[in-house]
Structures are given as C-alpha cells and as structure tokens.
Design a protein around this ligand. Structure first.
Ligand code: ADP
Length: 333
C-alpha cells in the first residue's frame, strides 16, 4: 500500500550495561511512516534503551538503526534534527514560563521570527495551555507539564516523535486527557509516533501496531486485534483462595489439559489462566478438576482474549507479575 520507506528500521540491537546486564538481546522493529507504533513491555524489558539508541543518546554494542532515513549510528546529528523526543523526565525549565520554554526549544532547532511565534501559539492552543502560557512551569499540574513536554517535542515539526511512557505518574483523569491528545496527533500529516508504555490499555487504545518486548527483544508483534486474534477461544481466569506450589500447579495443569476443550492452562500462585474454545462450557470441567484436587476457588471469569493474555502466551508470565515496579508497589494489580 505505502511506498514510503519505514520511519524506523532497527535490527539485531544488542546492548550490554556494566555488570553484564543485557538490556537488549536482538531487539528489532520496523515502523511504517505515519503510524503510531507501541513498544509494550514490563519495566526492565528494554524499551527505554531502545528509545535511547533510536534517539542517538546511546550506542548499541552491535546492530543497526535507521530513523527518518538517516543512520542513527553514523549520522546522529541528522537523526536529531528529524525527531522530537518526549522523555520520561520533563525537559522543561520549571522557572521559565510555558511560552518561553517553547520559544527557547524552537530557537535551539533553528526556528525563528514569525514562524516560531506562530508555531508556539498554535501549540499552546492545541495543548490547552494558552491561558497558562505566561505562568512558570513549576505552577503547572502534572497533566499540564506533560502536555507542555509533548508540545516541546513538536515545535520544530519533527518527522518522528518519541513518547517514552507518556502517562506514567499521571492520575487517571490526566492520563485519559493525554490519550486524547495523542490520538489527535495521529491525524497530523505524516507524523510517525513511537510510543513506549507498560500499560496494556494504553497500547491497545493508541497504537496501530504493537511490539511486545520482553527481556530485550520482541516476543510478539502485530495490530492489537491481530495479536489478540492469535489466541483463539476464550480466556478463562480462576482465582484460587490459596496459592498453589509449583509441583501441585504442574499436576493441575496436566489434569486440566486432558479436557479436549481446554488449551494452555497456566497456574501461577493463586491465578489460573486457561484458554478454551468454548469458555462457558469449559468452566464446569475446570471447577471439577480443581475441586477434586482440593484447590478452593475464589472467583471465575470468562472473557475474550486481552493483550495480557497475548503477553502470557509469549513471555510465559503475566504482564503485571513481570513488572517489578508494580509488584514491589504492593502486589500485582
Ligand atoms: P524499560 O524501559 O523497558 O523499563 P530499560 O531499557 O530501562 O527497560 O532497561 C533494560 C534493562 O537494562 C534493565 O534491566 C535495566 O535495569 C538495565 N539498565 C538500563 N539502563 C541502565 C544503565 N544505565 N546501567 C545499567 N543498567 C541499565
């Protein structure tokens, strides 16, 4: 359909940090121009390291990265001019006004005069910051600061915009406002967006194409629907009253798999995740096996496959459980 070259083409990226931490282990993505591409993975998966390499802030040990038609390793300066970066940490100066931040950013990229003022006004309007334009940024709410960060990334009209975990730390209201902003950016002619996130829902809502990253490489990719479509059948989730040890879990998984309608039963602690051609029909069988084995059930749900199920299938564990921050922050979800 499209004859334009990909906006991002990265292959076989390896990156090792001191202490033998393999942050990237064969990472590769191809992002079509004019699309929103989501890099989805738990904390520590390697998303930020990938973004650092693509935005020329880090070099891989090996592999290749072409961004907006320029080789990120050989011509980092050309790549920098063609991209906008919204990092996890705000780059805005807290003691300057929102407007001055935008003007300064524009000048850094060589935008000047009337063109710059026009662009800054347009962005202040678009990100609903016009009323706050003359206030210092430190008086902004978290959501306003984040919107300013995105505006800063857009001043020089980049071809590719990198959004690194754009809604991390925002309250639910500011998060959904930011989702609306990003969805509107999709409409911008030609703009390609690479979004990293550890929120399944965020990737599902915003990205046309998703690469699921685990331990430094892509374990699955496709449109959200394609990824979910790979998992035929229903997802049956059973929550047990007591956690089950690994040996017992294995026995239960084997017993459950004997029923023809059940596939991929995985028991992890108190949570049993199974796939079934016909979810409702499989529930009585699953409950009977659990009862026979003495595992008391707290709840049962049957649902269409989610991205969490896709992740489980490819990474062998639940998304939230792989996410060290979420787990230490008080239990997975
Ligand atoms: P994500 O963005 O998906 O959370 P990162 O790319 O930040 O993942 O991290 C990937 C792995 O590399 C993690 O194990 C992380 O601890 C490690 N890592 C990232 N940056 C550094 C660094 N500067 N020094 C050492 N290890 C790092």
């Amino acid at each position: 359909m499209t004859t334009r070259a990909p906006a991002i083409a990265a292959h076989d990226l390896i990156k090792t940090y001191p202490g033998d931490v393999k942050a990237l282990d064969g990472m590769g993505i191809t992002v079509e121009a004019g699309t929103v591409f989501g890099l989805l993975g738990p904390n520590g998966a390697g998303k930020s390291t990938t973004v650092k390499i693509l935005t020329t802030l880090a070099r891989p040990d090996s592999g290749s990265a072409v961004v907006a038609g320029h080789d990120a390793l050989r011509h980092p300066d050309r790549v920098r001019r063609a991209i906008g970066v919204v990092a996890q940490k705000s780059g805005a100066d807290p003691v300057a006004t929102g407007r001055d931040n935008l003007l300064l950013q524009g000048r850094l990229y060589g935008v000047r005069g009337a063109a710059l003022t026009r662009r800054v006004d347009e962005l202040l309007d678009r990100f609903d910051l016009a009323d706050a334009a003359k206030r210092t940024v430190r008086t902004y709410s978290g959501g306003m600061q984040r919107r300013l960060d995105v505006a800063l990334g857009l001043v020089h009209r980049p071809e590719v915009l990198f959004l690194d975990e754009p809604t991390t730390g925002l309250d639910p209201e500011a998060r959904s406002a930011m989702w609306e902003e990003i969805a509107r950016l999709k409409g911008d002619e030609g703009l390609t967006i690479l979004l990293t996130t550890h929120y399944l829902e965020e990737a599902d809502r915003l990205a046309e194409h998703i690469a699921i990253v685990d331990r430094g490489r892509v374990v699955a990719e496709g449109t959200p629907d394609e990824l979910k479509g790979q998992l035929r059948g229903d997802a049956v989730q059973v929550e047990l009253r007591e956690p089950v040890g690994p040996v017992e879990a294995q026995l239960l998984e084997t017993a459950l798999a004997e029923f023809a309608g059940v596939r991929e039963a995985v028991l992890d602690g108190v949570r049993l995740s199974a796939r079934a051609d016909d979810g409702p029909a499989a529930v009585p069988h699953i409950l009977a096996v659990l009862e026979r084995e003495g595992a008391a059930v707290a709840s049962v749900t049957v649902a269409r496959p989610s991205l969490d199920d896709v992740y489980l299938r490819h990474a062998g564990r639940r998304f939230a459980e792989a996410d060290t921050t979420l787990v230490t922050a008080g239990g997975a979800r």
